[in-house]
Ligand binder design. Structure first.
Ligand code: PLP
Length: 389
């Protein structure tokens, strides 16, 4: 750090220049991100709450109450308005917290977690921190966990099963009701990672575009991750972890004597915790309501279908699976996917190059005109590669 401070004008100038290197959602060219431009109301409310520490209820009781109401609204979205939980830093912290509580709840000696190969890397992190062993199960040709293999893997050391409602790579939704049956039959903890799907599937259901059960409606589900900073259109960081009832959180309760006037109970991994994300999520959910989110999801799904149908027309493109939500995976047959991705990048398009396919997210910041332009550039790239080979 330099000795003397710099004035505001200079600081803002430097930052403006440096952050100018960052991509912006508004270009419509970011097709790789699970996050998007937050709603104005959530940005505004976030900014007036930055000094508030929700970990200190003796000072910020109003914020604590807002978080409770936010959790209750999220619970309502996931078929359980009695759910308890917290707004946390993201899906990673939410998944770690879920497995932490699963471990706390369980008899000693159990340490195996059964999960699909499609699970997010946060479970690897959780296993590492908590001393758990991951038992990875292969996927069906719909990229869902193979439930018959889950049954085979259950043994006396099994602690929990993980189901994914909207996989990171393809948006696939595991058969949660079947996992729920397995969990109940064997007295196992079932956690559902709906970090992405939590703000998509409820609205797809309302639109008549999805029929499955993926949330607390399945009686074996004990906890769910749902991230407002993904399809909830809220500022980062805003993840959500919800438990079926309040008893789960009490297993990690820590009474702290140095906060405020007396004993404060904390049921989170973090001590000092920002109130701003909870306040911003509350504002976004109140502002949009179910109908607002439903129209945003409808637009994303319509754009996804349009892109899927356009890609289907191209001989060189092989689609991985019919999308359930707003995520598409494809490969370019007879071509190097990396070359295609590099050429797209030269034209400004940012897509994800996964291990075996290219992945596109059709988020709220992506308009149909952006996708039309993308298709046109992709066609040009494909024919130029064909010509030069
Ligand atoms: N779970 C799923 C299904 C995800 O797709 C992601 C992120 O992409 C996470 C968890 C982790 O979320 P975060 O990056 O907010 O920690």
């Amino acid at each position: 750090m330099q000795e003397k401070g710099i004035n505001e004008e200079k600081i803002l100038g430097i930052l403006q220049k440096r952050l100018g290197k960052d991509q912006e959602y508004s270009t419509g060219k970011i097709l790789s991100s699970m996050c998007t431009n937050p709603l104005e109301i959530s940005k505004k409310t976030y900014s007036f709450a930055v000094e508030k520490n929700i970990g200190d209820e003796s000072l910020f009781q109003g914020s604590v109450d807002v978080e409770k109401e936010t959790v209750s609204m999220l619970g309502d979205l996931l078929s359980n308005s009695h759910a308890s939980g917290h707004i946390v830093s993201g899906g990673t912290e939410a998944n770690i917290t879920a497995l932490w509580i699963a471990k706390k709840q369980c008899k000693e000696g159990k340490n195996e977690i059964i999960l699909p190969r499609s699970a997010h890397f946060s479970f690897e992190r959780a296993a590492d921190i908590l001393g758990l062993k991951l038992i990875e199960v292969s996927l069906t040709n719909e990229f869902k966990i193979d439930t018959s293999k889950v049954r085979n893997e259950v043994n006396r050391k099994t602690l929990a099963i993980i189901g994914i409602a909207g996989s990171t790579h393809l948006g696939a939704v595991d058969e949660i009701p079947e996992l729920s049956d397995i969990a109940l039959e064997n007295d196992l903890y079932l956690h559902v990672d709906a970090a992405f799907g939590g703000f998509v599937l409820p609205f797809l259901k309302e639109l008549g575009l999805y029929e499955g059960i993926f949330d607390f409606e399945a009686p074996g589900v004990k906890s769910i991750t749902i991230d407002p900073h993904k399809m909830g259109l809220c500022p980062i960081p805003a993840g959500g972890i919800l438990f079926r009832d309040a008893s789960f959180l009490s297993t990690i309760n820590k009474t702290v004597d140095y906060i405020g006037l007396g004993k404060v109970n904390l049921t989170t991994l973090q001590g000092t915790r920002p109130a701003a994300p909870s306040i911003a999520v509350w504002a976004a959910m109140k502002s949009l309501g179910r109908s607002g989110y439903r129209s945003i999801v409808k637009k994303c799904i319509e754009n996804t279908s349009m892109l899927y149908n356009e890609l289907k027309k191209l001989d060189e493109i092989q689609l991985i699976v019919k999308p359930t939500m707003n995520i598409i995976g494809f490969t370019c047959s007879g071509m190097d996917d990396k070359l295609v991705v590099d050429k797209l990048l030269k034209k400004g398009w940012i897509v994800s190059l996964c291990q075996t396919f290219i992945r596109i997210l059709v988020m709220p910041h992506t308009e149909s005109k952006h996708l039309q332009a993308f298709i046109s550039d992709l066609k040009e790239i494909l024919s130029s590669i064909k010509e030069s080979s």
